[in-house]
Ligand binder design. Structure first.
Ligand code: HEC
Length: 153
């Protein structure tokens, strides 16, 4: 038997590229620049963090009617700490967007993104983590606050 050879440089580079690809990337989700046009449908408080949730009137109407949330909808979690917006978590739906991901990690046509208040993307986050957790809410349009949205008048 020949002794194991050290990994060739090419293999190391491929490994590095794959590791990088698993990190955050700007995806199709857009930075929400006009929250005033949306409805603030619920608030969740977690210790020092206050989360304001926003979405469109059209999405709320669809949820209440048990219908399909329209393409283009954004749902926003605005994370407040010490009186300032710390970050924005956004989920957005678009026709065929699920195809950007392997079938096993898809959340239908929803994509997720973590934005800083200046509109830049947090490149240290892997948005597959967002999808993995929200996948538990598949029957509720991948939303944890689905019932709050349904009850909002
Ligand atoms: C470990 C589970 C988990 C992960 C990971 C996670 N979320 Fe959530 N998300 C929640 C829960 C639970 C809520 C409901 C609010 C709360 O309890 O704080 C929520 C709420 C939201 C909402 C408001 C709509 C809704 O579903 O209620 C958005 C938008 C959102 N998350 C986006 C994201 C984004 C973007 C990421 C990744 C950067 C992410 N989430 C990662 C669990 C998770």
């Amino acid at each position: 038997m020949t002794p194991p050879r050290p990994l060739p440089l090419a293999a190391l580079l491929v490994g590095l590229t794959l590791a990088t690809a698993a990190r955050a990337e700007p995806n199709r989700v857009e930075f929400p620049d006009d929250l005033d046009a949306l409805e603030h449908y619920t608030t969740v408080t977690r210790r020092d963090v206050t989360e304001f949730m926003y979405t469109s009137r059209a999405a709320l109407d669809a949820i209440r009617a048990g219908g399909e949330i329209p393409d283009g909808t954004q749902i926003i979690l605005q994370d407040w700490r010490e009186g300032e917006v710390y970050r924005l978590f956004v989920m957005q739906k678009g026709d065929g967007w699920g195809a950007d991901y392997a079938a096993a990690t898809r959340t239908d046509d929803w994509q997720f993104q973590w934005f800083w208040p200046d509109g830049s993307v947090n490149m240290d986050e892997n948005t597959a983590r967002c999808r993995a957790c929200h996948a538990a809410r598949e029957g509720r349009d991948f939303m944890f606050t689905y019932n709050d949205a349904r009850r909002y008048e």
